[in-house]
Design a binder for this molecule. Structure first.
Ligand code: ADP
Ligand code: MG
Length: 282
């Protein structure tokens, strides 16, 4: 169990996180916020790569900074911008990481093989990382984070470079692992966690704005999302979330507190909630 208590983080005078409080048990947690909101900072605080300006983080009721190597042995961390050993092959890179983590040689080799196969990198394990595509590097980074069979897995924007097929495989992999582990993943791509996360955490104004199940979060907008023809006279407070071309002209996806007679009600998505919280950037 991971507990974050009254955690704040400032870089100089700039306050990036303010009074974060979270209790996190086994399952998949999606941390969603726009770029610059503090997702990476929060991940690094949990990974002990940064220290809170105020507050503390506990693993099974023990302060993580007091746990040292014991904490690192249960932690798997995939940074948003991994530093790569470009001249290493994937296999050699992962073997090197395994040595740093103190994993015995034979066990490491078997684990590396299993994980490389799981992410379909086994045919390319002797290729140098400098010849890998973005998606292949991302998959190697995921393997790197899972080598020590961690109980607490931190993945900072893990799906950024993946194509749709890789994304589905990645989601299945996380789902298989999630029953007895904590998986925290940050993203600004809402659809990645809509079907995957047990809970979703939205950060806003430097702190936790929403922390709930995807179904409960979507239900905030039940009865408010409509498909609306472009020439419809919208009430003053209605908000256009999306414009979609169709055979009968452009159809607007609209959030409205007032009923819109003649318009079709739609099921809300997490992306609708995201757009209502953070607005649309032009
Ligand atoms: N080392 C640093 N020094 C100063 N400001 C930083 C540093 N790292 C991040 N920031 C700032 O903190 C804010 C949050 O950054 P970050 O945690 O990377 O957000 P996100 O991962 O959500 O995009 C940004 O405004 C960023 O510019
Ligand atoms: Mg980030």
């Amino acid at each position: 169990m991971l507990r974050i208590e009254h955690v704040s983080k400032r870089y100089g005078k700039k306050e990036v996180l303010k009074d974060i409080n979270l209790e996190i048990g086994p399952g998949i947690y999606g941390i969603i916020a726009p770029n610059g909101a503090g997702k990476t900072t929060l991940m690094k605080l949990i990974a002990t790569l940064l220290f809170p300006t105020e507050g503390s983080i506990y693993w099974n009721e023990q302060e993580i900074l007091s746990l040292g190597a014991e904490y690192r042995s249960i932690l798997g961390y995939m940074p948003q911008k991994p530093g790569y050993y470009r001249n290493y092959t994937a296999f050699d890179f992962l073997s090197y990481i395994a040595v740093l983590q103190g994993i015995p040689h034979d066990a490491a080799e078997e684990k590396i093989r299993t994980l490389l196969t799981r992410v379909n990198l086994d045919p390319d394990d002797r290729k140098k990382l400098k010849n890998y595509s973005g998606g292949m590097l991302q998959r190697a980074a995921i393997v790197q984070a899972l080598l020590n069979d961690p109980k607490l897995i931190l993945l900072d924007e893990p799906t950024a470079g993946l194509d749709p097929g890789e994304r589905v495989n990645f989601r299945n992999m996380l789902h298989e692992m999630s029953s007895d582990r904590i998986i925290l993943l940050s993203t600004h791509i809402v659809s990645d966690i809509e079907t995957l996360a047990d809970r979703v955490i939205f950060l806003k104004d430097q702190t936790v704005y929403v922390n709930d199940t995807p179904a409960n979060i979507r239900s905030i907008l039940d009865g408010k999302i409509y498909a609306v023809p472009q020439d419809y006279l919208l009430p003053h407070n209605a908000k256009v979330l999306e414009e979609q071309p169709s055979d009968n002209g452009t159809i607007l996806r609209v959030c409205s507190n007032k009923p819109l007679p003649g318009c079709k009600l739609l099921k809300p998505t997490l992306e609708d909630v995201y757009l209502m919280i953070y607005g649309i950037r032009k």
